[in-house]
Design a protein around this ligand. Structure first.
Ligand SMILES: [Ca+2]
Ligand SMILES: [Ca+2]
Length: 200
């Protein structure tokens, strides 16, 4: 797992052990100097901090399938912006998937033109955050492009250590109108995303 070479300290660092060991040495030294009570509190604090640093929920958002109903053209591009919101309503981290202009025939569905996904930190293991998914699509035209946007909020589960991984599929759709409007056409762009979390 580890690259060959490097001192033991460096390897421990990569394993997340060195921090703990160095603090334990500091605590032991402080204890010998008569600062035992402070060190005990410090030790508990550091243990908790280390737990949170080592075990964190990671969310992967990936595109499973794209499709379009109605015909306003077949040159589509889109962006998915995923923002993890913790149980207190704070934004934790955002990630973006960009799928460049490519061919998508009206009335069909297909996988994305190449693997499309993003990994985002999703906070503490065992928590129930939400993820905001914003989809911006565009049908590319010679004169005036046809844009559309929609946003959904999806609750997700971040299983704790030793629990089964969590995964769910989310279907998004957005109505896109031909521009200029005098041309009158409209289409529905559909996207299926997979959300998967793991505690690492
Ligand atoms: Ca077009
Ligand atoms: Ca147009």
């Amino acid at each position: 797992m580890l690259a060959a070479g490097g001192s033991r300290d460096e390897q421990d660092c990569r394993n997340g052990r060195a921090v703990s060991q160095k603090h334990r040495n500091t605590i032991a030294r402080s204890f010998r100097q008569g600062k035992g009570r402070l060190s005990k509190g410090l030790e508990v604090y550091l243990s908790v901090m280390q737990y949170h640093r080592r075990m964190e929920c990671k969310l992967t958002v990936s595109v499973v399938e794209e499709g379009v109903e109605g015909d306003i053209g077949d040159d589509w591009e889109y962006t998915v912006t995923a923002t993890v919101i913790d149980p207190n309503g704070r934004s934790l981290e955002a990630g973006r998937i960009r799928v460049p202009e490519h061919h998508l025939k009206p009335g069909t569905t297909q996988p994305p033109p190449s693997a499309a996904g993003v990994k985002i930190r999703a906070g503490a293991c065992g928590a129930f955050p939400k993820v905001e998914l914003r989809l911006d699509v565009n049908e590319v035209d010679w004169l005036v492009d046809d844009p559309g946007t929609t946003t959904v909020m999806i609750p997700i589960d971040c299983p704790g250590q030793g629990k089964p991984a969590f995964s769910k599929e989310v279907a998004m759709s957005v109505e896109v109108r031909e521009r200029p409007k005098a041309l009158g056409g409209k289409a529905t762009f559909k996207l299926t995303l997979r959300l998967a979390t793991v505690c690492l």
